[in-house]
Design a protein around this ligand. Sequence first.
Ligand code: UDP
Length: 339
Amino acid sequence: MKSILVTGGAGFIGSHTVVSLINSGYTPIIVDDFRNANKTVVQGLKKLVEQDLLIYQVDVCDKSKMNEIFEKHVFEGVIHFAAYKAVGESVDFPLKYYHNNLNSLMVVLECMKKHAVDKLVFSSSCTVYGEPKDLKEVDEQTPKVQANSPYGNTKCISEEIIQDYHAAWPMLKAVNLRYFNPVGAHSSALIGEYPIGKPNNLLPYVTQTAIGKLEELTVFGNDYPTKDGTCIRDYIHVMDLANAHVKAISFLEKQESSCCEVINVGTGKGTSVLELITLFESKTGQKLNWSFGPRRSGDVTEIYANVSKAKKILSWEASYSIADALIHAWEWEKKINSK
Ligand code: UDP
């Protein structure tokens, strides 16, 4: 069985990707130092995949330990998730973000070259597009803009590092997946998102408010130029996103020559904050305590993915609805609060 190194494999998207990899016959080998992941997720993960998992508790920035791991295994490819992701925190602690997110990528690339592992799938983000000008649907040709946070900038720079490394080491086959807004949980409710501290993202804030952990959800802004005045995003179920990674690995396996692709991963559909709240209430029967607050600085008004490229080159498209994602996220929230 082919082994895939999954950095950040105990995190939200990483853990769901581990499930997809196993379902597709790969052996995931996880590197995660648990600074932003919860060990409960690993217990749920093992139960879900009905097997033990090989997990190295290692910081991906630690080059000598990463080299040891590359020496022990023959990897077919690497899926590199491990990174900090809180936009607001990155504004307060930019060096923390540049240091961790860029060094970890460089260590991964160096180890890959040294050990002749030529396939990389990288977690990028639609944040590289910034605020779309006229057309709110962005494709991969849409120009990247100056990032509006150090976090976003690490994603822009990381894509450039991969591009430059591909030019210098033509064996490299890479796919940068530009995620839109990952939401939901596995339908088993055995794994899901486990925010440490107060969540930054909308859906965990919604579920934690609904369960009573948080008092009230603030909807950031009601005067955007959209149908209901709230921002519009492309929310993608985390299991669909996970499957896109496996499709990206199998795409890379089929490539005879080197490549470096960027591919959007979304549903192609925009949903406003108010639509998401209304749908959550109707699908779960929970009344949500929310009110409008001021705009959050740095938020774009509206963005959603053009997903033609993913369909064409990965033969991938989203299969879950946003309603599925809301129900699964709610089931997960109930589960982690039932203990
Ligand atoms: N949002 C909100 N209240 C919250 C968190 C988020 O109104 O407590 C809004 C946010 O302004 C944006 C959308 O929800 O319009 C998605 O935000 P999130 O942080 O989940 O993702 P982003 O698209 O900013 O990366």
